[in-house]
Design a protein around this ligand. Sequence first.
Ligand SMILES: [Zn+2]
Ligand SMILES: [Zn+2]
Length: 314
Amino acid sequence: MKTYIQVALIVVGCLAIAGCASKHFIIDRYPVSETSGFVLDLDEVRRLATAGGGELPVEVRSLVVAEASMPRWFAMAGGGSGSIPFDIVAYQVVYPDGTVIIDSCFDKEEAYDGIAVFFLRKFQLNTYSQENYEILQESLRNASLILVTHEHFDHIGGIAASPYPTEIIPHLLLTKEQAEGPIATDPRFLGGEFSGYVPLSYEGPYYTAKPGIVLIKAPGHAPGQQIIYVTTKDGNEYLFIGDIIWNRENLKRRVYRPRISSMKDDLDSAREEFRWVLEKLYDDPSNKIIYVISHDRDQLRDYINAGVITEGFK
Ligand SMILES: [Zn+2]
Ligand SMILES: [Zn+2]
């Protein structure tokens, strides 16, 4: 009898611990602060973007290499059951005489086993287009500048596995933090041709020397995360906000990721960046800036339908 009671108590105790852990790691929300300490001086960014003169880009294009989905509870605190689309996308900024690539998706087979498997367990890969991956590799090879929003494998993996390392390295602009990440420091990165690379160090907004493109540090989600500002000839302005959030629903519900999916984040910075996006881009009815959430399939569809991003690479 005593044994049954002991077992029952242990089971109840375990369930209570599991319940508390689930609440803490999956359901509990980080409070969204009232104001954001994240500094993004848009007037200065706009000034820098055009100060060097030169022809501005004529369009922004997108290429979906993989379609995936992610559990809602993993993408947003208290998100519940079901899943959200989580696509793996690269972007191409087109000039009259060249292109700039933002992010590089990942190679299906070679996205460094350990890291890839860790992340792939969090999202389910539904389709993978080898054809688009090969188009992306050719586009990286032909680009005059290659940028990534941050150093996670779903953004830098295509660069890591490029079959043309010596051709793309001269056009690759990685920041110090991105170059010091686990993927770029792996000896297999860019076929081992990466040693001696001098990364970019910057603090305030940084003009890339490509008309219309400025980088802004945003290190909450990853130490090397940056927002990429692009303005085009027709006056459109874009902010590629990387993985500050994974879906517009975070903004709609005003919740950041749960603890379980933000354990590696610098949470103070991440919450301030999230708050900035919420306040300046989402809540402000006068905002005209096209902010691009890397993995939000429905947002990308809306931008394609609105004619501000073109589907497919040139
Ligand atoms: Zn990321
Ligand atoms: Zn990502």
